[in-house]
Design a protein. Structure first.
Length: 211
């Protein structure tokens, strides 16, 4: 480095100051006592974060789930189970070969059920969906039995468009976050199987109309 207007002794001093400054800047020991050096700060910044402060990228699958028996381009996924939500299951505990010991047993046990499913003048009968011979199961139109945890197989026979959207993720609610295994609500998680249509209601919040 040449400085034409500066004498050689001064030029040497400037060079010494420059070297000393660079040494202090990149030294692991700070200029002042107790100060942290640059290298030590770099090493500290590259240390792993405390695991207790980290967010897990994969969320465990909820316990009450079952793998969906349907093909999906994104791979396997899961849905919420149904049987654990039914208050009077197993059905075979009452629907068996034993004689009913109380009067009006059907009205006592199922009197709170209103069937509003199907055509208005011809609602579906119980045995349209429930297996008449194996009460713990549902049935298809081909009399195949369906486990109640896989109720989407039955609903999809009539509501096939909704089932297609459900498999693809456009219908229904996702239970877990986007990281990890995909878990979605089952049909009966949102819809009452006996009265599946949602009642009209006012929105929870009011939005001013756009002008």
């Amino acid at each position: 480095m040449k400085y034409p207007n500066i004498k050689k002794p001064l030029q040497g001093r400037l060079l010494i100051c420059l070297v000393a400054g660079l040494t202090v800047l990149f030294s692991p020991v700070g200029v002042f006592s107790g100060a942290e050096g640059v290298l030590s700060r770099v090493k500290t910044s590259t240390l792993k974060m405390d695991s207790r402060q980290q967010v897990k990228t994969s969320i465990p699958i909820p316990k009450n789930t079952v793998e969906v028996k349907a093909r999906f381009q994104g791979g396997k996924f899961f849905t919420l189970t149904r049987k654990n939500e039914i208050k009077r299951f197993k059905c075979s505990a009452c629907h068996n070969d034993k004689a009913a010991l109380i009067n009006n047993a059907a009205a006592v046990t199922h009197g709170d059920i209103t069937v509003d499913h199907g055509e208005k003048d011809r609602p579906l009968a119980c045995n349209t969906c429930h297996n008449e011979h194996q009460r713990d199961y549902l049935r298809t139109s081909k009399t195949e039995k369906i486990d109640m945890d896989h109720v989407y197989q039955l609903c999809g026979e009539c509501h096939f468009r909704q089932k297609k959207d459900w498999i693809g993720g456009a219908h229904g609610k996702r239970v877990t976050y986007w990281a990890g295994e995909r878990v979605v609500s089952n049909c009966t998680s949102c819809h009452n199987p006996h009265s599946p249509k949602f009642e009209k209601r006012w929105p929870k919040t009011y939005s001013v109309p756009l002008k």
